[in-house]
Design a protein around this ligand. Structure first.
Ligand code: B12
Length: 213
C-alpha cells in the first residue's frame, strides 16, 4: 500500500483529536483498495508510532498515546475481528503478551491468524514467565506465541524457554514485537524458535513451522 504523507498526517491528526468518525472514514476509504491487515500495518500503525515518537521527544503526554491507542483498538475490533474459518489439522496454540500491557500487537497477530483459519487461544497478559511455560506444558500446547514491546519483557522469554526445557515440553515458541523487530539476534538469544516482524507474515511462518503446505 502506498501511503502519502498527507493521508498519514490526517490519520495522525484524527488519532490526536480523538476523532473516531474521521478515523473511520479514512480507514474505510483505504479499505476500498487495500486488504484490511495492510491498512492497519501501513497506515494506522505508522501513525501511532509517529505519535509514540512525539511522546519520546517530549512533545506529547503519555495519556495522548494511550487515548490514541484506545481508538486503534476500537478500529481493530470493528474491522479485524473476523469469524473463524475451519482449518486443517493443527497443533494446539495460544498467544500471550508477556509482562507488559502493550496489547495491540497481539490483537493484530490474532486477527491475522484467525483470518487465515488458524485457531489460537488468547491467553491475555501473562505476568510470570514460569507460570506461562507451566500452563503451556500442562495444556499440551504445540506452539506458544509471545508478544512483548518492552526490552525487559522480551529478555524474559528466555525464562519461558528455559522452563519449557526443564519440563521436557515439546512446545515451540514464536516471539514478536518491537524488541525482536529491532534486534534480529534477540530471537536466537532468548532461545525462541521463530519470529516475524509483521502480523501479516505470521500465518506463513506457522505453516513453515508445522509443515502445512
Ligand atoms: C501505543 C504505545 C503504548 C500504549 C499501549 C496501548 C495498548 N493497548 O497496546 C500505552 C500508552 C499504554 C503505553 C504504555 C507504556 N509504554 Co509504550 N509504546 C507505545 C508505542 C508508541 C506503540 C506500540 C504499538 O502499539 N504499536 C503498534 C503495534 C501494532 O505494533 P507492535 O506491537 O510492534 O506489533 C506488530 C509487530 O511487532 C508484530 N508482533 C507483535 N507481537 C507479535 C508476536 C508474535 C509472536 C509475532 C510473530 C509478531 C508480533 O506484529 C504487529 C503488527 O504488525 C511504542 C513505540 C513503538 N515504536 O513501538 C511505545 C513503547 C513500546 N512504550 C514504551 C514504554 C517505555 C512504555 C511505558 C513504560 C511508559 C511509562 N513511562 O509508563 C508504559 C508501559 C506500560 C506497560 N507496563 O506495558 C517503550 C518501550 C521501551 C523499551 N525499550 O523497553 C516504547 C518502545 C516507546 C519508547 N521508545 O520509549 N505504550
Amino acid at each position: 500500500m502506498n501511503v502519502s504523507s498527507h493521508v498519514l498526517n490526517r490519520v495522525e491528526a484524527a488519532l490526536l483529536d480523538l476523532d473516531l468518525e474521521a478515523l473511520r472514514s479514512l480507514v474505510v476509504e483505504a479499505l476500498a483498495t487495500t486488504p484490511k491487515l495492510e491498512v492497519f500495518e501501513a497506515l494506522v500503525e505508522p501513525a501511532l508510532e509517529r505519535i509514540g515518537r512525539s511522546w519520546e521527544d517530549g512533545d506529547l503526554a503519555l495519556a495522548q498515546v494511550y487515548m490514541a491507542s484506545r481508538l486503534v483498538e476500537r478500529l481493530v475490533e470493528e474491522h479485524l475481528v473476523a469469524g473463524l474459518l475451519a482449518h486443517r489439522t493443527q497443533p494446539l496454540m495460544a498467544m500471550a503478551v508477556l509482562e507488559d500491557h502493550h496489547l495491540l500487537g497481539k490483537r493484530l497477530v490474532l486477527a491475522s491468524l484467525r483470518m487465515s483459519g488458524w485457531l489460537v487461544a488468547d491467553w491475555g497478559v501473562a505476568s510470570d514467565p514460569v507460570h506461562l511455560a507451566e500452563r503451556a506444558h500442562a495444556e499440551g500446547l504445540g506452539i506458544l506465541l509471545i508478544s512483548t514491546l518492552m526490552d525487559r519483557s522480551a529478555r524474559r522469554v528466555a525464562e519461558v524457554v528455559g522452563t519449557l526445557k526443564l519440563l521436557g515440553a515439546s512446545t515451540r515458541v514464536v516471539v514478536g514485537g518491537a524488541p525482536f523487530r529491532l534486534n534480529p539476534e534477540l530471537c536466537r538469544e532468548v532461545g525462541a524458535d521463530a519470529t516475524a516482524a509483521e502480523a501479516s507474515a505470521v500465518p506463513a511462518l506457522l505453516e513453515r513451522l508445522v509443515g502445512v503446505s
